[in-house]
Write a protein that binds this ligand. Structure first.
Ligand code: MOS
Length: 733
């Protein structure tokens, strides 16, 4: 039987998803279900002076109007509201906590009714009076008050002096606007009242156990009183890493009414959750005439809220890619009257590497050097932040294979030199880099005598293919056909798992499955040895494998006992094991994924319309567990990169501190007509250091570098360098 790991396996949950059998958080029912509707603040800062709900309460079917004043008590100590998602922690916004208004779109009332339509109508009858205060939502107004955050990346040498002494210099400022996630599935929670203070909460989240801990902490509940389920997620991209406010409100409503409550946010309300923060990035590069770097400075100013300092590393990526004796990295935050930002696919890198890789392209132009050649001359085999080598880094191969597939050698380096009829043609490239993280996780296997196994773990599958890769890994580890494996995920009562994010789930959960499969094999061997004249009596665990429904010697043919014989002999009908895999600490290596992105654009010379006609993304991400789902991940990342480069921007009306395009008609994302050829290459990258299977994960690397490659291609096509995203046609005039 060919191994499943590494084979292009179709999604095991594909049928459930396309037939509607897969249910999402807002689709669960209960006999006593009622419906919540959220009212949001229309001002950006101030206090609620008065809430008049009299008229709403007279509407037949309205059950309750919950406000900061009359809501049931929650835990008051600050630490009860902490979110303990690894790797960073924070204090998410607390809905209905008090009368203060911190951003426009803030939930301030939860209305609960017998029907959703009644709730929505009655919400329109509630009158709210505010005491308004001055606010600011424009990053450019606040940039000079931005403060530096503590960062791990060390400065090397004296970047300022080396820059002044450099033979060739490039310095520029780049801008990435606020962006919103816009997953297809709306944020939703159904809190089912189970009686006696117990709840089952179906939530749209990337981490059921994190939400469960959070709810228990906020509502003073024991772990066994709240169970959180999220078996399917219709996209989240980081917006579901932290508990969002609707799960707090649905739970609050259910506890207040002792009834089941469903709360589904509207598309507009989703713009009151997290976002990718608007960021100003300044990059200064100084090099010698031969294209070796002497100085790298990368400074970012990103947005945070008034109540939290949430940030990711925008700077410091250069130290993973390019050798430079001098470097300086500074990350600043500017406080605005908006919700806290949150993770959005490759947070920090999607933005920071866009700026860095645009700047590298500009330096290549200044040096009259091919952009790949420049990157090869600076290529670093060490992470210069930590001064350690990589577990593996096949980035050179990414450049080579990507360039070959794309046909880069045929590029005329001169801007405006390539044409296709009335369109200018541009070819650009950029490097991508992301982290290859791994976290401890647990898994359970229940193997039955008929040769079926159930694998379970609290992990969510946010659409990345976790169900499928865990089925593949379990099938290989247990020596069973994949049809005999069922995978259960997204239930807080299952074995411990981290939130699904950071591209760490594939490595984390697959090694948990291997660890527990080893225990199952150990148990099978133990029982097999008790069989009289057992063929395995002399075989050690290391020398056995599970294959074809049997436990067998790895080396000697025909020494084997079938699983069903073992169980019959042991008088059991099932073997159940649970195990936690812990990755040994290794500070001697850097763990990263890499990519080389190549983009072709065609630009209508008269109108300035840009089309991305071709993208080749060559990715080095260790062992690819499933080339099919992996390719889908990278393609999705590339599509998002097209959106980042050409379409996406959350528009604020700074007079009101309010998002103007809070819907997917006016917030532009790429549609099918914007997406042409995307070719994904997985460069062979054996890695015997990072973990036993050599898995790195690739949920995020696919977007990194894409916007820069497109921006660089637009420059090559038009001779115009646009440094603020998105590149809309007005900027090319
Ligand atoms: Mo991802 S931004 O870690 O869901």
């Amino acid at each position: 039987m060919a191994p499943y790991i590494g084979s292009a396996t179709s999604r095991v949950d594909g049928r459930a998803k396309v037939t509607g059998e897969a249910r999402y958080a807002g689709e669960f029912n209960a006999p006593d279900l009622c419906y919540g509707f959220v009212i949001e603040s229309t001002i950006a800062k101030g206090r609620i002076a008065r809430i008049d709900a009299d008229e709403a309460l007279r509407v037949e079917g309205v059950i309750k109007v919950l406000t900061p004043e009359n809501r049931p008590r929650t835990a008051e100590p600050d630490k009860a509201w902490k979110d303990d998602v690894a790797p960073e922690h924070g204090s998410p916004f607390r809905p209905l906590y008090d009368e203060s208004i911190k951003f426009s779109g803030q939930p301030i009332v939860l209305l609960v009714a017998e029907e959703w339509e009644i709730a929505r109508y009655a919400a329109s009858l509630i009158r709210i009076e505010y005491e308004e205060q001055a606010f600011v939502t424009d990053l450019y107004e606040e940039r000079h008050r931005a403060f530096a955050v503590a960062r791990p990346d060390k400065a090397l040498g004296d970047a300022g002096r080396a820059y002044m002494a450099a033979e060739v210099r490039h310095e520029a400022e780049y801008f990435i606007p606020t962006e919103h996630h816009n997953p297809m599935e709306l944020f939703a929670s159904t809190a089912v009242w189970e009686g006696a203070g117990k709840l089952t909460v179906y939530d749209k989240t990337q981490g059921v156990q994190n939400v469960q801990r959070y709810l228990c902490s906020v509502f003073n509940k024991k772990p066994e009183e709240i169970r959180v389920m999220s078996q399917y997620v219709g996209g989240a991209f980081g917006s579901g890493l932290r508990p969002q406010y609707q799960v707090v409100l649905a739970t609050l409503g259910a506890l207040a009414l002792q009834r089941s409550v469903r709360l589904v946010l509207t598309r507009r309300q989703m713009y009151g959750l997290g976002h990718r923060p608007a960021t100003i990035e300044r990059v200064a590069l100084g090099s010698r005439a031969d294209g070796t770097l002497d100085s790298v400075t990368h400074e970012a100013i990103a947005v945070t809220s008034q109540f939290e300092e949430f940030f990711r590393n925008d700077t410091g990526w250069a130290a993973l890619l390019y050798k430079s004796a001098n470097s300086q990295y500074v990350h600043r935050l500017a406080r605005l009257d908006v919700p806290s930002s949150c993770d959005m696919r490759a947070p920090g890198a999607a933005t920071g590497v866009y700026a860095l890789e645009s700047a590298m392209d500009e330096l290549a132009v200044a040096l009259k050097l091919d952009p790949i050649e420049l990157r090869l001359r600076c290529y670093s085999d060490r992470d210069q932040n930590e001064d350690v080598p990589y577990t593996s880094k096949q980035l050179r191969e990414c450049y080579r294979q990507g360039a070959e597939t794309f046909g880069w050698a045929k590029r005329n380096p001169e801007p405006r030199s390539m044409r296709d009829g009335s369109e200018l043609v541009g070819w650009g490239m950029a490097t991508g880099v992301w982290e290859a993280l791994q976290v401890s996780a647990a898994a359970r296997i229940v193997l039955t005598a008929n040769g079926h196994a159930e694998v379970s773990c609290a992990a969510s599958d946010i659409g990345t293919g976790t169900y499928t890769i865990l089925a593949q890994v379990a099938a290989d580890a247990l020596g069973l056909p994949i049809e005999n494996i069922s995978v259960r995920l997204g239930d807080s009562t299952l074995p411990q798992a981290p939130v699904e994010g950071g591209s760490w789930m594939a490595a984390s959960a697959s090694h948990a499955v291997v660890a527990v499969a080893d225990e199952v094999r150990n148990e099978l061997l133990r029982v097999a040895k008790t069989i009289k004249d057992s063929p395995l009596s002399e075989t050690s665990l290391e020398n056995t494998k599970l294959v074809g429904g049997r436990i067998a010697s790895k080396h000697v043919p025909n020494i084997a006992v079938s699983i069903s014989d073992v169980m019959r002999h042991g008088a059991v009908d099932r073997i159940e094991k649970e195990s936690t895999n812990i990755f040994p600490e290794d500070n001697a290596h850097a763990r990263n994924t890499h990519s080389a992105v190549f983009a072709e654009v065609k630009v209508d010379e008269q109108l300035g319309v840009v089309r991305v006609t071709r993208v080749v993304n060559a990715v080095a991400a260790g062992r690819i567990l499933n080339p099919k789902t992996a390719q889908s991940q990278i393609m999705g990342g590339v599509v998002w990169g097209i959106g980042m480069a050409l379409h996406e921007k959350t528009l604020f009306d700074h007079r009101f501190g309010r998002v103007m395009n809070a819907n997917i008609a006016e917030y532009h994302v790429p549609v099918n007509a914007d997406v042409h050829d995307i070719e994904v290459i997985f460069v062979d990258e054996p890695d015997e250091i990072i973990n036993p299977m050599g898995v790195k994960g690739l949920g995020e690397i696919g977007i990194v570098g894409v916007a820069a490659a497109i921006a660089n291609a637009v420059y090559h096509a038009t001779g115009t360098r646009v440094r603020d995203l998105p590149i809309t046609l007005d900027k090319l005039g």
